[in-house]
Design a protein around this ligand. Sequence first.
Ligand SMILES: [Zn+2]
Ligand SMILES: [Zn+2]
Length: 128
Amino acid sequence: MNGGCFCGAVTFKINIPTLWCSHCHCNMCQRSHGAGVVTWVGCNDDSVEIDDGKSKLRWFKSSSEAERGFCSNCGSPLFFRSSRWPGELHIARALVSGELDREPSNHSFYDTHVDWMSLADQLPGKNA
Ligand SMILES: [Zn+2]
Ligand SMILES: [Zn+2]
């Protein structure tokens, strides 16, 4: 599967299978994406090929253990990696073109969800 940032300067290819897909409601995702919820796809980092031929990918250290990759041309937040999940690269689901090998399966960090958006799915995690 393929994807990339809004302007197309940073693209990636995911060799399936992916590991998981989850809606994240944590405060850091909300603020770094400017969104109520961010849906992530977890991948083995060696199953993702990143093409940054224009050298636009930058990494912002968002906490002591994590960093977030974004396109310095268009600003799209693309990637997340953390020592809490060694060997994994998390990719913003909305940047993957078309279907994935899995659908989102749960909600994470729902205790900090925004109250101005309701999600009617029946996935686990919303009563956490
Ligand atoms: Zn871009
Ligand atoms: Zn998050």
